[in-house]
Design a protein around this ligand. Sequence first.
Ligand code: HEC
Length: 117
Amino acid sequence: MKLIKSLLAASAISVLMVSGSFANDATLVKEGEKIFMTKKLGNCIACHAINGKVLDGPGSMGPKLQYLSSWPKEALYEKVYDPYTTNPISAMPAFGKNGWLSDHEINAVVAFLQTIN
Ligand code: HEC
């Protein structure tokens, strides 16, 4: 009986841990989406249309963002941190290098980008 109780407790804890990390991810994605859409933050929506999402900016200067869920996380981070490392003539500003977005904010944006299929 004692064993069953501790097994139950252990599985309850792992369920909590799993749902906890899921909640954190969902929170991070939400935060990233807000940064993406907000003029004073990322304002990515000013240049990028997204597959299946309604635009509130012109969204024509940068490419339409799609299939980003298949990009490695590091590549997405690098693109937002400093697009010139992969494209020296990029018209996209270096949000990380310029100090416009913090490390945490870029990670949030990356979490959101990873939801774009
Ligand atoms: C001033 C316009 C502009 C803004 C603002 C902008 N981008 Fe870009 N972005 C571009 C252009 C132009 C490219 C294509 C050139 C390149 O790959 O560097 C690009 C490319 C990208 C790519 C690569 C897409 C692909 O399919 O190759 C990603 C990912 C991206 N941007 C994400 C973002 C995010 C996230 C933000 C907001 C933090 C943002 N961009 C803000 C203009 C912009």
